[in-house]
Design a protein around this ligand. Structure first.
Ligand code: SF4
Length: 290
């Protein structure tokens, strides 16, 4: 396989074939993100993507069952071309039974309900949408290029088209000043979409990002340590109403691994947080990573 630059994928795509349909992120402005800073965005030549499938078929020693379309936002690709690639995946890799991709809220909204339904029927199963926050104040501060209303509308549009969604949020993204707002508004987004999956990462300020510069200049005040992060997370969980959503906060950036299903497991998740805070059983900062 040939890959351009560092390739990122959601943790749950660890066993998937990663196919780079685009290179980099079309927006690449979020102040906390350094994933695609070294890549100039472009949509790849579709023939090259098909060649990658043929190579994978040749070299993989096992049947490929899952494909994740990378890089940052494959949904920006025209529906006609996405359908072509999905058809080719089924033709060349007939054992594939799940195809997923990242999708930015604006690119989901740019597609008509009919286009999304056609993609779902063709075999696109799930879209990973990085909401990061539900607070317009925080979204604006981190230059996410999406509002709460857009994120909710995009999530609901995916659901109406029969597409599953996985929404990611980042604990601590609003800093100390926005702890409450970030928690409550983020819960509002999840409760309004009721996605199949929701996950929480914990903010790590990456060197080389604008957020790192803001922090060094004293313009961003992070939540210091696990107590503040868990105060925010507790507030988030207390405001959730999203029956059936599978929740994960078990990423390497999190202080403790949490997993459960909303709403039934919220009391259990809150109890686990309380216990960790009481017993001081956290993943040390040196082991936390993105
Ligand atoms: S967080 Fe997502 S949208 Fe923002 S710059 Fe990174 S890859 Fe692009």
């Amino acid at each position: 396989m040939r890959y351009e630059g560092i390739v990122y994928r959601p943790p749950s795509e660890a066993r998937s074939l990663i196919l780079q349909l685009t290179i980099g992120c079309a927006r690449n402005e979020c102040t906390f993100c350094n994933m695609y800073k070294d890549k100039k965005f472009r949509i790849r030549n579709l023939d090259e993507v098909v060649e990658d499938m043929i190579m994978a078929k040749k070299y993989y020693m096992f049947d490929i069952e899952r494909v994740f379309l990378a890089d940052g936002d494959a949904l920006i690709v025209k529906t006609r071309d996405l359908l072509y690639i999905i058809d080719k995946i089924h033709e060349i890799l007939p054992t594939v039974n799940r195809i997923t991709a990242y999708g930015a809220p604006k690119d989901v909204l740019a597609k008509t309900p009919e286009e999304l339904e056609t993609l779902q029927k063709a075999g696109l199963d799930m879209v990973y949408m990085g909401a990061e926050s539900g607070s317009d104040k925080v979204l604006k501060a981190v230059k996410k290029n999406a509002t709460q209303a857009e994120i909710i509308a995009a999530g609901q549009k995916l659901k109406a088209a029969g597409l599953k969604s996985s929404i990611t949020l980042i604990s601590g993204l609003g800093g100390i000043e926005n702890l409450e707002e970030h928690a409550v508004e983020s819960a509002k987004v999840i409760s309004a979409i009721k996605p199949e999956y929701a996950s929480l990462l914990t903010l790590l300020i990456e060197p080389g990002t604008p957020l790192h510069e803001q922090w060094k200049a004293g313009e961003f005040h992070p939540l210091e340590g696990p107590d503040a992060i868990f105060k925010e997370m507790t507030l988030f969980l207390q405001n959730i109403d999203s029956e059936g959503t599978v929740f994960r906060a078990n990423h390497a950036s999190n202080y403790i691994p949490l997993a459960g299903t909303f709403n039934k497991d919220i009391p259990m998740l809150l109890a686990q947080i309380d216990q960790a805070v009481k017993n001081r059983t956290f993943r040390p900062d040196t082991f936390r990573q993105l």
